[in-house]
Design a protein around this ligand. Structure first.
Ligand code: C5P
Length: 227
């Protein structure tokens, strides 16, 4: 059977990664969460105090970017690859609201994008991959056989993300999550380098009223049509 490249882009908290993981599992493809890579670089910047009390020292981050290694390693208990920052599993640390509040600033830096996009292209060389992010169908794999662009209302996305964070025990308010979702949308769509935009040939999926199972079946059918 032909192995293809599946690019899933869209706004934050649209459930891209949940459905992408299900799809990769079903097709026996590699799954790559590129947002986790930008989050790992953000965590690096926060830990080294390049980001402190709202101030961001971009030059210091750029001088030290060569020290950043972001890799994925399979977690046998979940069957999904966890993200590693310089050999440390940071899967949990990168999902906090603090990291979410800075990640779009870090992701707007061309040098950071260049570093991560090269890795992403390398991971997809052999095809048989489901990759989710913001620029996968436009920049990383413009030749992908299947491109999907996911969206939903900001309220619905914030509600889903809020429930996820609360379930993990994080102390957040719905208003703070909504503010973050709206702010990230604005930064991601307006940045100069690789802004979040639907590729002309991407299929638009508004999942405000569609549950995960239905989304999965839609994407599975779209994939099978191309295999
Ligand atoms: O997907 P997730 O919400 O974890 O992504 C976090 C942030 O990383 C996004 O808001 C965006 O700023 C950045 N990102 C990006 N390009 C990607 C994936 C994520 O700029 N391909």
């Amino acid at each position: 059977m032909k192995r293809i490249t599946i690019a899933i882009d869209g706004f934050s908290s649209t459930g891209k990664s949940t459905v992408a993981k299900m799809l990769a599992k079903e097709l026996d493809y590699i799954y790559v969460d590129t947002g986790a890579m930008y989050r790992a670089v953000t965590l690096f910047a926060m830990r080294h105090l390049y980001i402190k009390e709202g101030h961001f020292d971009k030059e210091a981050l750029l001088r030290n970017l060569f020290k950043v290694s972001v890799k994925f390693k399979m977690n046998p208990s979940t069957g999904i690859a966890d993200v590693y920052l310089n050999s440390e599993n940071v899967e949990r640390e990168i999902r906090t609201l603090e990291v979410s509040n800075f990640v779009s600033q870090i992701a707007a830096i061309s040098e950071v994008r260049h570093l991560l996009v090269e890795k992403q292209k390398e991971m997809g060389k052999e095809k048989g991959i489901v990759m989710d992010g913001r620029d996968i169908g436009t920049v990383v794999f413009p030749e992908a056989e299947l491109k999907v662009f996911m969206t939903a209302t900001a309220d619905e996305r914030a509600r889903r993300r809020y429930e996820e964070l609360i379930a993990k025990g994080d102390n957040v308010t719905y208003e703070a999550v909504l503010e973050n979702v709206v702010k990230r949308d604005a930064l991601d769509t307006s940045r100069e380098d690789s802004p979040l935009v639907k590729a002309d040939d991407a299929i638009l999926l508004d999942n405000t009223h569609t549950n995960i199972e239905d989304q999965f079946h839609i994407l599975l059918q779209l994939s099978k049509d191309r295999i």
